[in-house]
Ligand binder design. Sequence first.
Ligand SMILES: Nc1nc2c(ncn2[C@@H]2O[C@H](COP(=O)(O)OP(=O)(O)O)[C@@H](O)[C@H]2O)c(=O)[nH]1
Ligand SMILES: [Mg+2]
Length: 314
Amino acid sequence: MENLNFEKKSVPVTLLGLNNAGKTSLALRLATGKWVDNTSPTIGVNFETYRAGDSLLKIFDVGGHEVLRRQFWLNYAANSYGVLFVFDASDKKRTEEGKEWFWYLIDNLEVERRIALAFLANKADLESMEMDEVIEVLDLQKLSKFPKISFQIFEVSAKTAMNVDTAMNWFTKKIQECTRENTVSPKGLIISSIFGNIKLFLDFSDVQQNLISVLDMLSEVLNDKDNTLRDERIASVVSPYGQIIFQERGEIVISLIVEPEDSQLEAQRLIEIIYEHIERQHSTSKDELMEFIIRTLNIPADDYSEINEYILKG
Ligand SMILES: Nc1nc2c(ncn2[C@@H]2O[C@H](COP(=O)(O)OP(=O)(O)O)[C@@H](O)[C@H]2O)c(=O)[nH]1
Ligand SMILES: [Mg+2]
């Protein structure tokens, strides 16, 4: 079985920039294809979905108010495949503030992997700074010193849609490259209840030998779940036989065991796809679910026979 195109391959990306730069307007244009006037200031974080070919970008629109900047920007950016940074090129009074916060983000962002950055000089329909001026004043040339950041600068208008497609085509292509680089080699997967009762255990390698330790870690995470589960109900533990990513949603917990050096972000994305599948198919059969998981995790056909499947009733 070759790489299949899944219905939902939602890839997290983040929309950042000062308040009033046009982030929500842009997010709505991407989600609906229309200009939506009268956006109100974003409180906290919203998300919109943008379809690009067979991928879906899940765009987190993070409020731009100052308190939110320090609290959320780095966290969301570090957990994304890419950042759309929106800069209001028509607001000369806030150029310095925009520059300061843009560099706050870039200088403090800690990512091991490659990340795509589209710098969007927005509101080009108004009287606004020329691109050359934006690059110069914000020192954007300096971005080339960050090898992990693939960047491109676009002059756009969320209002008239000018250059929005061009920017998004570039961005989506880069995001696809970044997801391809973030491969994981799943070693096992456990679906359990929030009380730790195992419903399905798929073993793709030698996890079985370590099952007790995996289960111990699972129960530790669950016993203390208000502390261990971070945003989005995720926890991860690195152990000698692999990295275990736990995610809780509704009544169930999915734990994916991958190689220690594998991408956590990609592991989370795969878990997300499995959750969405379970939620959509209310009465899915065990075989169907297993087949979906094997396809999603891209377990090679030759390894099928090595899959040990255990259903431990709880
Ligand atoms: N003329 C113009 N106005 C825009 C554009 N994008 C956003 N705006 C306006 O800028 C204001 C702030 O937009 P909003 O999307 O709420 O900004 P956010 O705080 O970054 O989410 C709103 O009045 C929008 O209508 C644009 O491309 N051109
Ligand atoms: Mg907003």
